[in-house]
Design a protein around this ligand. Structure first.
Ligand code: NAP
Length: 271
């Protein structure tokens, strides 16, 4: 039995993770942390029946009292780094699904994991289909250098571009460079006037423009669009509901126990 704590347990993803951890044969929920629904049974709020684990507000106290082997964080971008450092400094193995961590944050978490001889696993997307989308896009970038990304999410997602779009852009940009290709230069007047229309080239996105859409009705969707004379290749992935992420989360909980000390990024690294 792997003992697990969930941080952000009352959130949309957290509730799904709680239900998954409570129903898997080899995992046991021992701690649930959130700033919402404190004192409420985590199983009740997840809709999977009373489990006997109440939501606590203080992560440090929860870790001390329940000593989970693995902590899973699906909280908010503004809290994830502090949560992660608390868990790593307590020597807990950590799985992070919360997005919004910058490169410098990841380096800091790697250092904290090494200092405490523990492991941290971060995946911007736990859906297998999204991992395949990124893999196929990297392959296409070796032949089709003109590419842009559109990511579409529900209106309550607070960060943009999405972590998946950032990682896809980095990987597509790297594959394109490795193949010795560059994108077709834009005319100068467009470069200055059409930044919105062309999407943002955020730092760390490998010069691949990313467009973000936030609208009710969407869950998590992404298109990687390659354009070439006379042809368009679109690689699209849709997460239609949050169950799409759960096999990946469960895999990460099982694998993080034996991952080497330090940071591992991306579901493909453990599949
Ligand atoms: P959500 O519904 O807003 O849930 C986040 C929960 O965390 C809320 O209950 C929030 O409480 C709570 N929280 C806020 N501060 C906290 C703290 N300091 N410690 C513990 N809990 C805290 O968001 P969501 O839709 O579940 O998404 C959570 C994160 O996962 C986002 O970053 C999202 O982008 C990411 N995500 C990742 C994947 C993936 O595959 N990696 C997939 C989907 C989503 P309040 O409501 O009071 O703020």
């Amino acid at each position: 039995m792997i003992t697990v704590g969930v941080c952000g347990a009352a959130g949309r993803m957290g509730r799904e993770v709680v239900a998954t951890i409570c129903s898997a044969e080899d995992t046991k929920l021992v701690a649930a942390v959130d700033r919402t629904a404190v004192g409420v049974d985590a199983g009740d709020i997840a809709g999977c029946g009373t489990y006997g684990v109440q939501i606590r507000s203080d992560l440090g106290e929860a870790l001390l009292a329940t000593k989970p082997e693995v902590m899973v964080d699906f909280s908010v971008p503004s809290a994830v780094k502090a949560n992660a450092l608390t868990a790593l400094n307590a020597g807990v193995r950590l799985v992070i699904g919360t997005t919004g961590l910058a490169e410098a944050d990841l380096r800091e978490l790697d250092g904290a994991a090494r200092a405490n001889k523990t492991a941290v696993f971060v995946a911007p997307n736990f859906a297998i289909g999204a991992v395949l989308m990124m893999e196929f896009a990297q392959r296409a970038a070796k032949y089709l250098p003109d590419v842009e990304i559109i990511e579409l999410h529900h209106e309550q997602k607070v960060d943009s571009p999405s972590g998946t779009a950032m990682l896809t852009a980095q990987r597509v940009g790297a594959a394109r460079r490795a193949a010795g290709l560059v994108s077709t230069p834009m005319p100068n007047e467009l470069k200055f006037n059409a930044a919105g229309a062309r999407g943002a080239c955020e730092p760390g996105t490998g010069d691949v423009p990313v467009h973000s859409v936030r609208l009710p009705g969407f869950v998590a969707h992404q298109e990687v669009i390659f354009g070439a004379p006379g042809q368009i290749l679109t690689i699209r992935h849709d997460s239609l509901n949050r169950t799409s992420f759960m096999p990946g989360v469960l895999l990460a909980v099982r694998k993080v126990i034996n991952l080497p000390v330090g940071l591992t990024v991306g579901l493909d690294a453990i599949m």
